[in-house]
Write a protein that binds this ligand. Structure first.
Ligand code: PTJ
Length: 250
């Protein structure tokens, strides 16, 4: 990894780039993952590289959904594995949700390497090897799913998802939680709950909310009072207000 001084004003952001470059070198992240990250980074810049109130609200609902789920599954791709491997494993343990390696630019070698990384870091239940079922309505490799995992899940947490699959999973009757810095993406618009935040921050927040809820009453249903579209409008309002008050736009 390139040495970034901790005093650098953009330290955290630059470390994320280094993690992705290391992910590519290790055969875990796709080269296209860098481009996807660049888009995310631009939105994070507008958001102010912090968690918005609207993202916190979505996180509360998402945590409750995960805890109430009968068969929750967490989808892992090459960017998530590079940026938040330990966090995603901790969340999987806390919610009893298996991890499923499910990648868009699929090669068997990269899928195997992601699985090996997860297991090396302590994950005990990693699916995706066989990917013996297909999600209807998708032409690309992400249609492949594990029959015991995403295919039969009732709640899927899919960070950095593509819009197609999100829509197809919803059509199958599943609840989909996404983490995507772009509030305008098709994924954000289609998901049941969209957390508009950086993946590492979002998963850390999910971990702490899940822990709080497990200490408290646990299986509450917050979805009834939640409107994802309204929350996305709130995200855009928060971004615009911040830019105005910082004097960056008139
Ligand atoms: O490992 P693979 O083959 O599954 O490929 C993974 C990527 C992410 C390359 C693939 O799924 C892809 O091309 O995704 P998209 O369609 O470009 O969508 C990625 C979304 O994630 C975009 O809307 C970005 O704004 C968003 N994003 C990028 N980096 C982050 C992010 N969201 C949260 N945290 C990030 N760090």
């Amino acid at each position: 990894m390139f040495k970034i001084p901790e005093t650098h004003p953009r330290y955290k952001s630059l470390i994320k780039r280094e993690k992705l470059v290391a992910g590519i070198e290790a055969g875990i992240t796709s080269k296209q993952g860098l481009i996807a990250h660049g888009r995310g980074e631009a939105f994070d810049y507008l958001i102010g590289e912090r968690t918005l109130d609207s993202a916190r609200r979505a996180t509360e609902v998402a945590a409750a959904l995960l805890l109430a789920a009968k068969r929750p599954v967490i989808s892992v791709n090459g960017n998530v594995a590079a940026l938040a491997v330990n966090e995603i494993i901790e969340l999987s343990e806390l919610t009893n949700a298996p991890l499923e390696v499910n990648i868009f630019y699929r090669t068997e070698e990269r899928a195997r390497k992601i699985k090996e990384l997860l297991e090396k870091q302590g994950a005990r239940n990693v699916l995706g090897d066989g990917a013996d079922a297909r999600i209807p309505g998708i032409a690309h490799a992400r249609a492949r799913a594990d029959r015991e995992g995403i295919y039969s899940a009732d709640v899927v947490l899919a960070p950095l998802e593509d819009g197609d699959r999100c829509e197809a999973l919803i059509k199958m009757g599943k609840k989909v939680i996404t983490i995507d810095l772009n509030p305008l993406s098709r994924t954000s618009l289609h998901a049941t709950v969209s957390i508009v935040d950086d993946v590492e921050r979002a998963i850390r927040n999910l971990i702490s909310v899940v822990m709080e809820k497990k200490r408290g009453k646990g299986k509450e249903n917050l979805l009834e009072d939640y409107d994802n579209e309204e929350n996305l409008k709130e995200v855009i309002y928060e971004i615009a207000s911040r830019l105005k008050s910082d004097g960056k736009i008139n």
